[in-house]
Design a protein. Structure first.
Length: 253
C-alpha cells in the first residue's frame, strides 16, 4: 500500500510503502534535507492537497542508517545520541582536569624546591646535584641554609685595650643548633651609654670577623651541624665613650 508522508522540516512529500514504515517503527530520514522524523505521524492525505513529490527512487531515502552528505543538526543528533556525546565530553574534561592538576602539582613542587633548595641540599646531599642542575637553568645558586632561629650567640665579651685608647676587643662564640651546616651570620654590634642609648652601631660581615687566613672553602662549608665559631675582633671606636653594648646576629636579605 502506497502512502504519502511529508518532512516537517523542509515540507517535501514522499511516497512510501507501509512495509518501509514498519521496518523502523515509522522512523525515516528526509532524502532532501536529511531530517529524521516519524513517517507515520507525518502522513498526509494526498487527496486533500496538491503535493510536490521527490522523484524516484525513494527507497534509499527512507533508510535511517543512510547518512546524507550534509545533514542538519537534527540528523547529527540522531546519529550520535546525546548521552553518548555527554559521556565523551565528560571523559575529555576529566582528563584535562587530571593533566592540569598534574602540571599544577609539578609547578608547586618546583617552587618549594627553589625556595628551600638550601635546606634540601643540606639535609639530603644526594639531591644537591639535581638542585645545582636546576639552578644552572634558572641562573641561581645553592647557598648554605640561613635559619637565624637555629643560631645563637653562646657568649660574648667586650674589653677595652689598655695599650691604646679607643680600641676595644670583641670576643664571641656563635653556635649552630641545626642538624645541618649553616652560613656564617652577620653581627650587629651596638655600643650604648649610661642610659642604654646607642652611641655607635656597626654591622660585621663574616669576612670582618673571621680570621684573615679563612679560605673560600671554609666560607662555603659554613658552621658545622651542632658546631660553633669563635671570633675575636678589634674595633676602633675613636673618641666615643660607651659603657655597655648589645650584640645580635642576623642574615641580610
Amino acid at each position: 500500500m502506497s502512502l504519502v508522508t511529508r518532512c516537517p522540516v523542509c515540507g517535501t512529500a514522499f511516497r512510501v510503502q507501509s512495509s518501509q514504515l514498519a521496518a523502523q517503527s515509522g522512523t525515516v530520514r528526509c532524502g532532501k534535507c536529511g531530517a529524521v522524523f516519524n513517517g507515520v505521524a507525518a502522513l498526509v492525505d494526498e487527496a486533500e492537497e496538491r503535493l510536490a513529490f521527490e522523484p524516484s527512487p525513494q527507497l534509499g531515502l527512507f533508510d535511517p542508517g543512510r547518512r546524507p552528505a550534509q545533514g542538519p543538526a537534527l540528523a547529527s543528533a540522531h546519529a550520535l545520541p546525546d548521552f553518548l556525546a555527554a559521556e565523551g565530553g565528560s571523559r575529555r574534561a576529566a582528563w584535562l582536569w587530571r593533566i592540569a592538576a598534574l602540571l599544577a602539582s609539578l609547578a608547586i613542587a618546583a617552587q618549594i624546591a627553589y625556595r628551600f633548595r638550601a635546606e634540601i641540599a643540606a639535609m639530603a646531599p644526594p639531591a644537591r646535584d639535581a638542585l645545582h642542575t636546576m639552578c644552572r637553568a634558572l641562573r641561581c645558586d645553592v647557598p648554605l641554609p640561613r635559619r637565624p632561629e637555629l643560631m645563637s650567640i653562646d657568649s660574648s665579651e667586650l674589653q677595652a685595650d689598655s695599650r691604646r685608647e679607643g680600641l676595644i676587643a670583641l670576643n664571641a662564640v656563635i653556635r649552630n643548633r641545626a642538624r645541618f651546616a649553616q652560613d656564617y651570620p652577620a653581627l650587629e654590634l651596638t655600643l650604648t651609654d649610661d642610659n642604654d642609648r646607642p652611641v655607635l652601631r656597626r654591622v660585621l660581615r663574616p669576612r670582618d670577623y673571621l680570621e684573615p687566613s679563612a679560605s673560600e672553602d671554609m666560607m662555603r662549608a659554613g658552621i658545622a651541624p651542632a658546631g660553633e665559631a669563635q671570633l675575636r675582633l678589634f674595633l676602633d671606636t675613636g673618641r666615643t665613650r660607651a659603657t655597655g653594648y648589645r650584640l645580635y646576629l642576623f642574615y641580610p636579605l
